[in-house]
Design a protein around this ligand. Sequence first.
Ligand SMILES: [Zn+2]
Length: 457
Amino acid sequence: MKNMKKLVILFLSLFLGMNSVFAYNLILPKEKKTVTTNQYAFFVGKAQNTEIITINDKRIFTASNGAFAHSVKLKDGKNRVVVRSNYSTQIYNFYKTPSSIEKSPLKEFEQRRVVVNKDRAPLRELPQNKGMNRISHLFKGTNLLINGQQGEFYRVFLSKNKIAWIAVKDVDEPEKNEDYTIPTFITMKSDTFKNASVHTIEFTGKLPYTIDETDKEIIFKVYNPEYSDNSVYTVNIRKPEKYVYRTLLSNGTYIFKVNELLLPEGATLDGITVVIDPGHGGFESGAIGCLGDKEKDIALKIGLELQDRLRLMGANTIMTRECDGHVSLDDRIEIAQKNCPQIFVSIHLNSIPDINMNVRKNRGSSVYYYNPNSKELAKDVQKSLLKELSTRNEGVREGSFKVLRRSEYLSILVEAAYMTNPVDSVIYRKENFAYNTARAIAEGIYNYLICDDNKTK
Ligand SMILES: [Zn+2]
């Protein structure tokens, strides 16, 4: 009897053991029980050879390498999701709590002055910390007039026709006993050089500014609402075809410099510096693919290949990381700034956000830019990515990523493919994927800088 029991246990453990050998493996969700505010539960994993996966009785598409991904709409409260195959059944529970999107009310108050307490404090279009929502980055010491508060933001009065928002934490009340007089205008001038223009506006104190771009112009404005509620100083600057720019403020003097991007003279990238930024690294894996691949590893491979390609083309290259270590976003930006590149390329692979995922549609390559001066470069790189990789065209997009916000060099962020899409997982697992992606990015850069005349727009 005792032996019998042992035998049963042996068989049972063998059976269970086989079960785990042959059954699917889920990368997401990480836990069997999840409390979430997401609209969808996301299932990502790898099926074994002959395995047919169903999620809540719906049969799931599996790519040739076993990769699958699927989203399940969650209702408020308890949700039970059954993942089943011929070998294994697993149950996942989700508790969806309503997301707190209640808008805080606007509290208006009498206009008063505050002072920006750090450099690059974002002045925003809307009282929220998301989206393409920055009008400019203000300098420490800038005097602002505020007259309302909504949530974590103060409403800033710039002129009769223009308000903006700034985070409460980015400003301080003025020092008591501060010797303050309302800034006044001193002078303004523009100088044009062969490949640059420099525009200076001088005030007796630090005032807020905004930057706008149209097809032909960069419009730089400084506001002095305390002096007169409609006191706006505007500089319209002709936009070169390829350009970079920077804004400086010392005391009350703004210097706005626009530089035409100097292109290589020959047919090589000689004289061009490119900073290559493989995303994530170290403890920060980035997205995890259906088969367990890590975004940080693929991004690094692409980055190192890109370095080779660009060097062969004559460019000078700088890597923000060359091995699997953690580098903060600020450090990446600092590395770029120190090396005065013409171009900054960040390399990533995408993941699917909280949406009703469509395996055939939510996949492919995209290139992001933030400042309009980088849009054409993004287009050229996207064009050659699609040609080289035969991925789906996810488009050239605006994105407010921290590493893209500098304007003194062109910067783009490449999402080569989707880590969490099964169809894309077949593509990014191909042996030549990193090489081909790198070649595409290098070609896109080359086409942008050199082959301009042959371009079909
Ligand atoms: Zn990433």
